[in-house]
Design a protein around this ligand. Sequence first.
Ligand code: NAD
Length: 490
Amino acid sequence: MTSTPLATRGLFIDGAWSDGTGDAAVTVVNPATEEVIAEVPEATPADIDTAVTAARRAFDDGPWPRMKPAERGRILAAMAEELNRRRAELVELNIREAGSTRMIAEMLQVGTPIDHFTDMVDRVLPGFAFQEPVAPIFGNGIGQGVVVREPYGVAALITAFNFPFLLNLAKLAPALAAGCTAVLKPSPYTPLEALILGEIAEAAGLPPGVLNVVTGDVAAGEALTRHPGVDLISFTGSDTIGRKVYAQGAETMKKVVLELGGKSANIILDDADLDTVMESVLAGFITHAGQGCALLTRILVHESLHDDLVARIVGALGFISVGDPADPTTLMGPLIRDVQRQRVEALIASGVEDGAQIAFGGKRPEHLDRGFFLEPTLFVGVDNAMRIAQEEFFGPVGVVIPFRDDDQAVRIANDSRYGLAGGVWSADPQRAAAVAHRLRTGMVVINGGGGGLNPAAPFGGYKYSGIGREFGAYGLSEFLQHKALQWPVR
Ligand code: NAD
């Protein structure tokens, strides 16, 4: 697990690399080894202004928004090719920077976003209706015409640390396909997977200023979301910061798309087969050490199956190898930083104080003295009103809550300020679907289908989980304005 520091080229603004105007740097740390792997500039408000000005110029005067979608598609196809060419390098970078296990890095962190990017180029963009006729309606103001879907303008793209490459591309693909220009600001924990997109844009011939990548944290994010030159914000992160971003964007009437947290329920009805639910139940809180917004971290199980399920989960957790994420046999890696681990530990302590019991884990693994690791942890005896059932851990912690009947399961699942995802398991798909329809969430996985990876399905939240959708044509629509052109019927 040794790290050679990576060479970086600074901020990517207007098609060129620069060190920025400030002296401060963002230090990037490998969360499994605690070694410094790179330093990148902390962008100042002046750097943000330069980046937004470049994006503004590329939008107002440049060719990008005025190109035919097929022309943009050709440059995006070249980007897809470049992404594929650098796939292996991206996997290694993701393991070092985000602490992903090799399997997660290859599939969810790098494979899925490249597939989604390619899908945007090959399927969504060519088939998308950028114009639609308006039929004449007789009554007041007879007219006919066309609705033109135009690029929204300059987009500020701000992302979280957990799936950096996926989140960056989930915003960049639709923003660029729509004809917007963009300033991307990744999490200060994981800036390298965003900066590499500058190199990919350069290699693919994206016109200067269409994509700008700036690094930094709160000050950079604030400057970007308050900047009058930005028309739209697409933000992924916590609901706490999401509310601030919403308010910061409101001052200059920006469109704001928010992809926020979750505390999703995995509902196991009384006729479910426990053999088939186990993979989903475990993945629901240990995938990427629980650092996933759409993970199914509240395990709601019919009371008749409760003890059997808990025994099976506890048995299985004993086989989860925690450690070096680069080792292909490792099943769970570290949390992103010590501060995040301490937050998770404090919430675990609150669960114990509130009277819940730890059935497995709860501590730092004894065999690892470096890295921000935590044992996979399971709580039982949980009441849905407890903090551990209401707040996002963003760590490898699941809570088990029993229910009496389908109505009570739905009530508990919906008794959350979040509404991002959900799961339902039943031997009777109709019954599972009936429960799924009653959940106030943006996505429900029925009997293990899909799981949020289908680029044709929208991804996004109800309630505090956010506003707007990502992926495919739904994601593309967020980056478009609708203009109505009408003329008289003759
Ligand atoms: P965070 O909210 O702490 O930070 C997100 C981003 O906001 C970072 O880039 C940060 O630098 C920036 N930021 C901080 N203050 C800002 C401000 N005042 N103005 C503008 N930008 C600011 O989130 P995190 O800890 O990086 O990520 C974890 C959270 O993200 C979890 O809540 C998780 O559920 C959520 N998430 C949601 C999705 C989704 O698609 N719904 C996906 C991944 C993660």
